[in-house]
Design a protein around this ligand. Sequence first.
Ligand SMILES: NC(=O)c1ccc[n+]([C@@H]2O[C@H](COP(=O)([O-])OP(=O)(O)OC[C@H]3O[C@@H](n4cnc5c(N)ncnc54)[C@H](O)[C@@H]3O)[C@@H](O)[C@H]2O)c1
Ligand SMILES: [Zn+2]
Length: 707
Amino acid sequence: MTTPGAVIADALAYAQAVEDAVKASAAYYEAGTSALDDDSYDRLVRAIATWEAEHPDGVLAGSPTGKVAGGAVQGDVPHTAAMLSLDNVFSPEEFTAWTVSLARRLGRDTARYSVEPKLDGVAIAARYSHGRLTRLITRGDGTAGEDVSHAIGTIEGLPAELAEPVTVEVRGEVLMTTGQFEHANEVRTAHGGAPFANPRNAAAGTLRAKERAYTVPMTFFAYGLLPLADTEPAQAETLGECAHSDLMARAAAYGVNTTAATAVPGVTASTVEEVLDRVSEIAALRPSLPFGIDGIVVKADLAADQRAAGSGSRAPRWAIAFKLRAVEKITRLLAVEWNVGRTGIIAPRAVLEPVEIDGSTITYATLHNPADITRRDLRLGDRVMVHRAGDVIPRIEAPVAHLRTGDEQPIVFPEACPRCGSGIDTGEQRWRCESGRNCHLVASLSYAAGRDQLDIEGLGHTRVVQLVEAGLVQDLADLFTLTRDQLLGLERMGETSSDKLLAALAAAKEQPLSRVLCALGVRGTGRSMSRRIARHFATMHHLRAADAEAIRQVDGIGAEKAPSIVAELAELAPLIDKLAAAGVNMTEPGALPPAPTTAAADDDARSADDGAEAMSAVGGGPLAGMTVVVTGAMTGALEKLSRNEMNELIERAGGRASSSVSKRTTLVVAGEGSGAKRAKAEALGIRLADPDEFAALVADHLATAAV
Ligand SMILES: NC(=O)c1ccc[n+]([C@@H]2O[C@H](COP(=O)([O-])OP(=O)(O)OC[C@H]3O[C@@H](n4cnc5c(N)ncnc54)[C@H](O)[C@@H]3O)[C@@H](O)[C@H]2O)c1
Ligand SMILES: [Zn+2]
């Protein structure tokens, strides 16, 4: 495939582009399985046209330009009158220019316009003989189409019998509504077929498919009515003289479906301004329509104007398509995320290779529920058709199944709640965490009890769920007022485990402020940030008294984060009070509260580096002013320390812990298995220490690290 949209460099690339476009076109009109989205196809054809304009002698006979259906489709049933394509405009200016050229051609202003949605489906001619539907023919190459009469009876809006026994041809679009498309793919995948990428492809593929084991409904909308060879002459003459809007009213009276029954009925307009207003109205309604449209068709309404304007080989001169921006693009499904909502609903979300649709870059799309994923037969790595119109959340229509390489992977459904680890209730279409509305509480308590936070031994996930479900704990503080009797009342809770848990809770009350802060889960403050805040303010009292400006004194807290920390602490105030009342420690050992500031801090003069110095000046210690990175396995006296505990140790000793080696690093503690970071430190000439050397350096502070 040539890169769509790329400029064609030479005759060889031109020939390749023509071949690609013709192949895509054939796949698009026949089985609805093009490898390209419309935008990419249109760019390819534009590049072909540009090249042809510069090389008029090199134009290939097979070129798609200037032909109905790009010349890729044939037919053997001749049309009564040519079934043409439409020329396009993309802006009000281009549209106005078109009306001017039409007026020039007519020698007068166009008397009246008809304005209708451009339905995004497949063109079809339906022949009625004495009121009975006898034949369905596709557009084909415009001169002759293919007989698809087997589809009679599966198309809503195209009755088997008209309200009057007339002999006429009704032309219009066969499409699938959103609901019909969902249903079609459901039925199709249930029969082992590959889902269609979008409703248009589904309509094209379904219309042409013969002898399927199942039928799926489609919908017809008329946009043309004309006589057949054996139509009564008087009737034929009347039809030939009717305005387009009258023909549509007549078709509706015959019982054929028209846009009159939709939110975007065809209307007439007498001025360009009126037309453009209607274009805007239809464009605004597009996202809420139950079927796809890709533009607005504007026609000279009167038969006399149409006759005077005439037609070219590809399109009539009396009609134009005002194209709307593409709302569908093909991109790749990279991953599926599972998010837990407030009520415990676990919702999948598609992560996409970023793609621009209608001016915005799309990286996520909704996936509703697991059944939806199964129904759409989605796989990781799939190329997918993504739809986004207006403010509506982008959605995946379906995988472009014929583009599969075989490397696609099944989407793994979670076995436990991704937030709190509880079981999942899969009884309904929408999966739900078994902890329901408590999911968040279970998750936050489990987090708070974790090793790097309050480190409460014996308070694992199952125990947390049990306490929450028994109604004993409604927030973090409730843990610290649990009684022995309450614990003994729980299942599988003997005297020994109750006492152990109570002891662990008592020990947790003595944890430093930094860990309490971390356990509170203030957004934007992870473990090391919690430590920096705790060391800076020394007490919860000082921290809560701080405004955003004061919080910005802490190294690494910027103008955005500071106010949100203040706001969250205010929100957490009742919980913090409750924790303090339960006897939980609210101070940071070894830290001194900041000196009260007199003058307002000078913003410009302050940088992260200054902050680091200020902090270590308060702390002092053997690592004062140093930025330390730990890498590899710790041994000897440091063996038992987690990375978080190592970082705590560094900060207690006055240093600043960092996870990556840079020019600002002053010391790298390198244990066994430290590869890349050690190498980088050596390259930058940064001081290295092995675990034993480092243990000796911070020996005074090491004693207090044992937990
Ligand atoms: N993705 C691909 O590989 C691929 C290949 C070929 C074509 N295409 C797409 O198809 C389009 C060009 O194809 P085309 O010539 O079939 O169609 P068109 O967009 O040029 O418009 C003509 C068609 O519009 C339809 N139509 C809808 N509402 C109508 C109304 N109210 N009045 C009259 N006609 C109405 C008719 O079917 C008519 O045949 C382009 O947008 C192109 O992107 C895509
Ligand atoms: Zn949960």
